[in-house]
Design a protein. Structure first.
Length: 214
């Protein structure tokens, strides 16, 4: 499939990120990931999104709303989803970048991995489009509750549990954190975490079962 090139995006891929002080130089992080970024770009374009440049990086929109972006970090090329926290992530590919609440990214270091997962990535983009078209909003938590030490330890021991927890919406995360932090005794906090671990792995919020009448 032939896709018309966007000169601004072509400049980003070849000369480097326009907001980067190393843009167009051998030190530019984008230059290390041109094949991966171009592969991601072609996949996203085939979903029918509109290609724009915002904040110096390619952003893909639907009816003027931001849906997906592609960008480079020092250690990877990435496809990012602006409302990734709302996605089901059935293949467990999404990861949180820092403390950003709403967006999620998928990191790649080999173009072959992108090509191999082309159909999966397209399905993720289509899900992101559907979420945007549905009008769903991300619940914002202005002052996230601090994690209890027992929960931090549980994350260190079980990375899958940690990923499942941060795949929950911010509001559901906050409800669990408050519930886990309430007991004064560490043993009770651990007990609560263990009690709800399966529920979290299933993507269910603390109060979801009550709200559904179960």
């Amino acid at each position: 499939m032939d896709i018309e090139l966007n000169p601004q995006v072509d400049k980003y891929l070849i000369d480097g990120c326009m907001r980067c002080k190393y843009g167009g130089t051998p030190q530019c992080k984008v230059r290390s990931w041109v094949p991966e970024l171009e592969a991601l770009r072609q996949i996203v374009l085939e979903t029918g999104l509109t290609e724009e440049i915002k904040w110096g990086v390619p952003v893909y929109t639907k009816n003027g709303k931001n849906v997906v972006t592609i960008n480079a970090l020092k250690a990877s090329a990435n496809i990012g989803f602006f409302k990734g926290v709302l996605m089901k992530d059935q293949q467990q590919l999404l990861s949180q970048q820092g403390n950003i609440q709403d967006s999620r990214i998928i990191r790649f270091v080999h173009v072959d991995d992108i090509i191999r997962q082309e159909e999966v990535l397209k399905s993720y983009v289509q899900e992101a489009i559907a979420i945007e078209e549905s009008g769903q909003k991300v619940e914002k938590v202005k002052n996230p509750e601090p994690l209890p030490e027992e929960l931090k330890l549980a994350f260190e021991e079980d990375q899958l549990f940690k990923k499942a927890f941060y795949s929950l919406t911010p509001g559901r995360q906050r409800a669990y954190i408050i519930h886990f932090s309430q007991p004064k005794q560490g043993a009770t906090r651990i007990s609560r975490i263990e009690k709800y671990k399966v529920q979290i792995l299933e993507g269910v919020g603390l109060h979801d079962k009550y709200n559904s009448g179960k």
